[in-house]
Write a protein that binds this ligand. Structure first.
Ligand code: MFK
Length: 227
């Protein structure tokens, strides 16, 4: 097993869990209106349009591919050194802007918006587009698993001690519709040494769709360094 380390998860507000304020605290990164956040949002919009386009269109998709490839090549020409970028990704305190689930700079993040609650739980929300479709008009179960795993992980951080998922048990009670606001509530229920027990539920319109119980083991892989 690789070495693990523990570090505090801090919030957008720049502090750790702040249950004393009595107000929810934004834990995920706030999206900016311009820059890389806006480019990632544009990429999300493009992915959505491509999935909805289909083969029956008269639109010139060969020319489209050429144009998208030209943009990709332009961005690739501007890329920083990969090792340095990894260090930069992980050096900041607070929510990761590149995060797979919440990151405004990650085009495949829905993105999920997460608030730490005064009662020690977290509440997350998003609306899933058609790119995440599994069954007709419904979210793929793996996406629900991703959102729950991540939200439970953030609930651990909010409770003061985060870790890596060792076991995740899901109960799919009803399909999760696309295009409708979804809410995930999660809370760390107990701690036994390094074992963190965390539960959550993904709901739509107040109806539970997927419930989750997980065991996390305290500790994270070390952050990349410049050495
Ligand atoms: C603000 C940012 C928030 C970010 C949230 C992100 C959430 C996303 C979280 C993830 O998805 S993490 C990625 C998915 N998970 C992994 O890749 C974990 C892969 N597994 C491992 O790396 C290791 O197995 C693990 C770190 C989980 C545990 O290895 P360790 O060497 O640190 O612990 P060890 O094996 O010594 O086990 C410690 C205790 O936990 C128990 N344990 C470990 N894995 C278990 C398991 N799977 N089931 C039941 N018990 C388990 C183990 O029996 C033992 O119990 P005892 O202390 O009573 O002896």
């Amino acid at each position: 097993m690789a070495e693990t380390v523990e570090y505090e998860v801090v919030t957008q507000a720049g502090a750790g869990r702040d249950a004393g304020s009595g107000e929810p605290v934004l834990m995920s990164a706030r999206a900016s209106e311009g820059g890389l956040d806006a480019a990632a949002a544009a990429a999300r919009r493009l992915v959505d349009a491509l999935v909805r386009l289909g083969d029956s269109t008269d639109y010139d998709t060969d020319a489209l591919a050429t144009r998208i490839n030209a943009i990709a090549a332009e961005v690739e020409d501007a890329l920083p050194d990969e090792a340095a970028r990894l260090v930069e990704m992980w050096q900041q305190e607070g929510p990761n802007r590149h995060d797979l689930v919440t990151g405004p700079q990650n085009p495949i993040a829905p993105p999920l918006v997460v608030h730490g609650q005064p009662d020690g739980s977290v509440e997350a929300s998003t609306t899933l587009p058609i790119a995440y479709q599994g069954q007709p008009r419904m979210a793929h179960g793996g996406i629900s698993a991703l959102l729950l795993d991540h939200t439970l992980g953030m609930a651990n951080g909010w409770a003061g001690r985060g870790g890596m998922t060792a076991r995740l048990t899901l109960n799919f009670k009803r399909p999760v519709p696309l295009g409708e606001p979804i809410t995930i509530r999660a809370k760390q229920e107990s701690v036994d040494g390094r074992k963190l027990y965390t539960q959550g539920v993904l709901s739509v319109d107040g109806e539970p769709c997927v419930t989750a119980e997980a065991l996390f083991i305290a500790g994270h892989l070390p952050r990349p360094t410049a050495d």
